[in-house]
Design a protein around this ligand. Structure first.
Ligand SMILES: [Zn+2]
Length: 356
């Protein structure tokens, strides 16, 4: 056995050398593991916000929200899921997210994307024949004596609405197909919209709302059909305040804007489909007045893709007489039904921005 007496300096060098092997990789490892949050957000194509006062923040990607508190190893995913992961830290250079946490949140976002793209379906369709009961809607009256001819919007809307409703029921027995009235009664506008808004929907489910009306004009020559959707410039509050308890107040406007955009896009797409469906079944000499954007009450308050169809003008005699013909109403309802069907088939097979 040989005893080697080490010189103190030599020993120090050895320790230093050993330490450098241990420490340098640690530093490198550390540098790899923590990603600046801004970089992580860019990778996710997300936005993030941090409030140094409360030391809380959020990461928002599409509609998926992740909330965090600095140095706290729990993240809130969406409304009620918790993720236990290494905390976001704040060093002198700003906020950093550990790589393992980055990966866990990436997995969450991917999962949410998958949920949205896989078997997205229209769970319910609500057909809303306008007016009814005490409210006849627009009225067209022509001639006199025994030639007197009168037509009411509420009757046309009901006939077409019921036909569209039963065709949809036949085609999609597994979907909830609802009609706001199937007789000459008057549900209030609130009642019509509530019927839609109280429906329980799964995360991948949507509901569409189609209101059916007929037009009137002082210009007796005005005729033709048109489809209305919500004006995209109109900012409605889509999210129910009650449902959003616990979400940062600053997040709500962002979420609202995004939901708004989504529904508007889908409403426009639904409106386009219905319009082209009608164009195909109606004779080419019936004027196609195109897509219109407005802030209709029924459409505005419906928190879903929703459109309003104007079948024609009861104030134009030739059109009023067409609208009194069951065969013409049948081609109108067929056109609407085909348009809704095309929309559903497209929507359920390819979720995303349907206009692109
Ligand atoms: Zn009307």
């Amino acid at each position: 056995m040989r005893i080697i007496k080490l010189e103190p300096l030599f020993l120090a060098k050895k320790v230093l050398l050993l330490a450098s092997f241990l420490i340098i990789p640690l530093i490198i490892l550390n540098a790899e593991e923590n990603i600046p949050l801004s970089e992580a957000a860019a990778k996710w194509k997300a936005v993030f916000s941090y409030d140094p006062l409360t030391q809380t923040g959020y990461i928002l990607r599409n509609k998926d929200l992740v909330r965090f508190k600095k140095s706290y190893p729990v993240f809130l995913l969406g409304k009620d899921n918790a993720l236990h992961a290494e905390a976001i830290i704040d060093n002198s250079k700003g906020l950093f997210i550990p790589e393992s946490t980055f990966n866990a949140i990436s997995a969450y976002f991917e999962e949410k994307d998958k949920e949205r793209t896989s078997h997205f379906r229209i769970a319910a369709i609500i057909i809303d024949p306008g007016h009814g009961g005490k409210d006849p809607g627009a009225i067209g009256e022509f001639g006199s004596g025994k030639d007197k001819f009168k037509i009411q919007e509420k009757d046309i809307a009901l006939a077409v609405g019921k036909d569209v409703y039963s065709s949809l029921q036949e085609k999609w027995p597994e979907k909830s197909i609802l009609i706001t009235r199937n007789s000459d009664v008057y549900p209030s506008l609130d009642e019509r919209v509530d019927m839609a808004n109280i429906m329980e929907l799964g995360i991948n489910e949507a509901i569409i709302f189609i209101s059916i009306h007929a037009n009137a004009s002082f210009n007796k020559s005005a005729s033709g059909y048109e489809v209305w959707y919500l004006n995209p410039d109109y900012r409605r509050t889509v999210m129910d305040d009650k449902k959003s308890v616990g979400v940062d107040s600053q997040v709500l406007p962002i979420l609202n804007a995004m939901l708004e955009e989504e529904y508007t896009t889908e409403s426009i797409f639904l409106a386009k489909n219905i319009l082209s469906g009608m164009k195909k079944t109606l004779s080419p000499d019936i004027p196609d007045r195109g897509l219109r954007a407005e802030e209709w009450f029924v459409v505005r308050n419906a928190k879903m893709p929703s459109v309003l169809v104007e079948l024609g003008f009861v104030t134009n005699e030739a059109e009023a007489r067409r609208l009194a013909d069951p065969a013409y109403l049948k081609s109108l309802s067929e056109g609407i039904y085909n348009g809704i069907s095309d929309f559903i088939e497209y929507f359920e097979n390819r979720k995303g921005n349907p206009l692109h």
